[in-house]
Structures are given as structure tokens and as C-alpha cells.
Design a protein around this ligand. Structure first.
Ligand SMILES: Nc1ncnc2c1ncn2[C@@H]1O[C@H](COP(=O)(O)OP(=O)(O)OP(=O)(O)O)[C@@H](O)[C@H]1O
Ligand SMILES: [Mg+2]
Length: 456
């Protein structure tokens, strides 16, 4: 990753911020610990000096005191300790150093003041024993060394921890950045028209994976929509070419007939009928788009589906009979309330019944069945006609799509598209199944919930 980009990356900034907080916490904790340790070392130094002073002070008489001071001085070659005894007249009578006059109790004296070469200071305790004064001192050298070691350890620990935090942060940032790059890459590819690009998933279900999954779902929907749009436009262009060509030929025939002085009224009627058909197709296409846009949802009201299906059955029984078909209606449920648009729902069932009448040869038995299944109403329009091959059962819902064998029948291939748009508008679903033989077109519609019913 280039350095400039690394600085701009949120994970890296987070890692650096976290490292800084870590550093400050470490310094504060170190400072407190260091101060604590210094105080403890000072206290133990003081107590060791006072203890030795008390031991020497416990001597029986002056002679014993001097002997004890001499003995201690002899074993004290490294000058860790200093001793000094002053007599009642203020003259030094024993000890290995000569101290300046010191007040009672503890004081800190520089090594030079004790007549020693420059070095660590001494902690001294001065006390009166009888008419004499005993001073015992101990060097700060060991304490200073300990403090120095503690300080160095702390500095090194901080440096190592900081290096760990920064290296870990950068590695982590790179890892997260790579995944963000994956999302950005997919989005760029999609914006360049590669609609099959998807964000790579890790499969571990972490938050980035969840967001990536949601992005992928949105892309799936987007590409499905784009595909539908593309296919709809090309289907429309393709399908309308034929009637438009026909219309042109009819107009040309009329013109040349007119030039020859023939009566062209017939040809003009044909042309008008063809133009009317093209117009009807466009109107149906527009209607489907409007339904898909969902504006009609505002006109929804509570409708009894049993009523509606019964009346479609009654009206179409006559139509079916006229064309030599038999239409029966079976209602397996009482009143079934759904929230919907009466006109559109009627149109939906009429389209299915008309399909059965139009695409089945005379003599076919057609049935409309209404039943309740759980919280849904199921309306099936069945026939025992030629049926629709399995591979075409989904395609027939596409706009203008018709089976090859139906190209000679009237219609524009928009009936089932309208059915699907209406079912979708009502939060339902429609599918074509095999009726062995024939078609079973099944519409499932959610029933109105009793709690919601009162609100309408
Ligand atoms: N009950 C059926 N039996 C056999 N084929 C059917 C049946 N219903 C639909 N089809 C096939 O599905 C195609 C699409 O049906 P759709 O209702 O969309 O269009 P259409 O009936 O041809 O024209 P229209 O736009 O007037 O309804 C039909 O052309 C026909 O080939
Ligand atoms: Mg139809």
C-alpha cells in the first residue's frame, strides 16, 4: 500500500490512535510505578541506616563503641557505609570519614563533603550516645543503580510495546484495507458496467463480511433489475418490429393501390386495426409499469376474495361455453378478506381464465379453485389443454413472451406479465405448474390480518 494511502486509511489511523493511547497509558503507569519504587527504596535505605546506628549505639561504653565502629569500618572497603564518632568536645574520636556537623536524625550528604572522591550521595543518621555523637551513613549507589535499571527496563519495555503496537497496527490496517479494497474494487467494476462483480467474502461472518454480503445482495438485485430492463427493452423492440413492419406494408399497399386507382378502404381499415393493436400493446406495457411502480397501493381496500372469484367464474362461464369450453368454479373457503385493488384483482383472474380459453382447444375443462392455506388465499386456474413446457413456465411471465405455437393466436404476450405485476403489488406470488395435462396457474395472496382489518 503506498504510504500516502496508508495514512488516509481509517484502520491505520485507528491503529496509530490506539498505539498513542497505549503509549500514554504505559508512560503514566510507568511513572507511578517508578515513583512508588523510589519511595520504597528510600524507606528501606533509611531503615537500614537507622538499624545499624541502633546496633552500634547499643554498645556498653565508649571503648566498645569505638571498637565496633572500627570493626565495621574495616569490613567496609567499598565505602558503602561511612561511620564517624565525635566526642563531647566536638573532636572526631573514631570513624573512617570526617563529616560536617549534622543535625539529629536523617540528612543527605554529598560524597565530597565527606572527604571522599566524587560519587553517589550518602544517607546519614546522626544521634547522640551519652555525651558523644555517632553518625552512620550509607551510599545511594545501590539504590541509584536499582533505579537506573528500573528506568532502563521501563524505557525498553515502552519501546518494544510501541514497536509491537505500530507493527501490529500496520499489519492489521493492511488486512482490513485489503478487504475494504475488495469492496471498493467490486463497486468500481459495477460502475464500469461489470454487473457480475461481487465483493469477495471470507465466510467467517465478521462485520465486514456481513456488510459485504449486504452489498452483494444489493448488487444481485441491481443486476437482476438491469438484466430485466435490458431484456424488456430488447423484447419490446424485437416484438414490435413485426407489427410495425406489417403496418408499413399495409400503408404501402394502400398507397400503391391508390396509385393504381383501386379502392383502398379495406387496406386502410387493416392499417388502422394494426395501429390500434400496437397502441393497445403500448398501453398494456404502460399499465404494467404503473402497477410495478406501486402507485395504486393507495387505492387498496378490504375485498372479499370469495365474492370476487365467484363473480369472475359466473361471468366467464358463459364466455367459456361460447367457445366450447367447460368452466367450473370451486370455493373451499368462507369469506376471505384481502387488502387490494378490486379492478386489478379481477383483471388478474380474468387474464388467467382468458389464457385457458384462448390457448386450450375446444372441449377443454377449465376450473377456478379458491382455498385458504394458513394466512394466505390460493387461487388456482387449471385447464387440461396443451400445457406449457417446463423450460418456458417462467419465461411466459416476461413481457411480450409467447410460445411459438401461440404466435398465430390473438394477444400480445402481456397478460401474464400483468398477472405477475398485480400479484407482486398485493405482496403475493404467481407460478405456472404442470396440471398433467394442462396448466395450473396458481396465485397466492396474503390475507388481511385481523388486527389491520379494523384500520381500513
Ligand atoms: N393456459 C395456457 N395453456 C397453454 N399455454 C398458455 C396458457 N396460458 C399462457 N400460455 C402461453 O403463455 C404465453 C403468454 O401468455 P400471456 O397471457 O402473457 O400472453 P397471451 O395470452 O399470448 O397474450 P395476452 O397479452 O393477450 O394475454 C401465451 O402466448 C401462451 O403461449
Ligand atoms: Mg393471455
Amino acid at each position: 500500500m503506498p504510504r500516502a494511502r496508508l495514512w488516509r486509511s481509517t484502520p491505520f489511523r485507528l491503529a496509530v490512535t490506539f498505539g498513542l493511547v497505549f503509549f500514554l497509558t504505559f508512560v503514566a503507569a510507568g511513572f507511578v510505578t517508578y515513583q512508588f519504587m523510589r519511595r520504597e527504596l528510600q524507606r528501606s535505605l533509611d531503615s537500614s541506616v537507622a538499624d545499624l546506628h541502633a546496633v552500634i549505639a547499643s554498645s556498653d561504653d565508649l571503648e566498645d563503641l569505638i571498637a565496633m565502629v572500627d570493626a565495621y569500618s574495616r569490613v567496609n572497603r567499598a565505602r558503602e557505609w561511612v561511620f564517624c564518632v565525635f566526642g563531647a568536645d566536638g573532636r572526631q574520636i573514631a570513624g573512617d570519614v570526617s563529616t560536617p556537623p549534622l543535625p539529629d536524625g536523617f540528612s543527605t550528604v554529598g560524597s565530597v563533603a565527606l572527604g571522599l572522591r566524587d560519587g553517589a550521595d550518602y544517607r546519614a543518621f546522626s544521634g547522640v550516645i551519652g555525651s558523644n555523637r555517632l553518625i552512620v551513613g550509607r551510599s545511594y549507589a545501590a539504590t541509584n543503580r536499582l533505579e537506573h535499571i528500573a528506568f532502563l527496563s521501563f524505557v525498553w519495555a515502552t519501546l518494544v510495546a510501541m514497536a509491537g503496537a505500530i507493527i501490529g497496527g500496520v499489519l492489521l490496517a493492511r488486512k482490513v484495507q485489503r478487504r475494504l479494497d475488495g469492496i471498493a474494487g467490486a463497486m468500481t467494476a459495477v460502475s464500469h458496467g461489470m454487473f457480475d462483480a461481487r465483493v469477495p467474502l471470507r465466510g467467517n461472518g465478521d462485520d465486514i463480511d456481513v456488510v459485504s454480503g449486504q452489498v452483494n445482495e444489493a448488487l444481485d438485485r441491481l443486476s437482476a433489475l438491469m438484466e430485466t430492463m435490458r431484456q424488456v427493452s430488447s423484447d419490446i423492440a424485437h416484438e414490435l418490429k413485426t407489427p410495425l413492419n406489417r403496418l408499413r406494408m399495409q400503408v404501402e399497399a394502400a398507397i400503391s393501390g391508390d396509385e393504381r386507382g383501386e379502392n383502398v378502404t379495406e387496406a386502410l381499415f387493416d392499417a388502422r386495426a394494426e395501429a390500434g393493436q400496437i397502441n393497445a400493446t403500448f398501453e398494456a406495457l404502460l399499465r404494467i409499469s404503473q402497477i410495478e411502480a406501486g402507485a395504486r397501493r393507495t387505492r387498496f381496500q378490504s375485498i372479499d376474495l370469495t365474492d370476487l372469484v365467484t363473480s369472475v367464474g359466473e361471468i366467464y362461464a358463459g364466455v367459456a361455453e361460447d367457445s366450447g369450453h367447460i368452466l367450473s368454479t370451486s370455493i373451499e373457503a368462507g369469506a376471505l378478506a384481502i387488502s387490494g385493488d378490486r379492478e386489478l384483482l379481477t383483471q388478474m383472474f380474468v387474464n388467467l381464465v382468458e389464457n385457458a380459453i384462448r390457448h386450450c382447444p375446444p372441449g377443454a375443462a377449465i376450473s377456478i379453485a379458491l382455498a385458504r392455506e394458513g394466512d394466505s388465499a390460493v387461487v388456482a386456474v387449471n385447464d387440461d389443454g396443451p400445457g406449457i413446457p417446463a423450460g418456458e413456465r417462467e419465461k411466459v411471465f416476461r413481457r411480450l413472451y409467447r410460445l411459438d405455437k401461440s404466435r398465430t393466436t390473438d394477444g400480445s404476450g402481456l397478460g401474464l406479465s400483468l398477472v405477475r405485476a398485480i400479484a407482486d403489488l398485493h405482496a403475493g406470488a404467481v407460478s405456472i405448474r404442470d396440471n398433467r395435462p394442462g396448466v395450473s396457474a396458481e396465485v397466492i395472496l396474503p390475507l388481511e390480518q385481523p388486527a389491520l382489518k379494523g384500520k381500513h
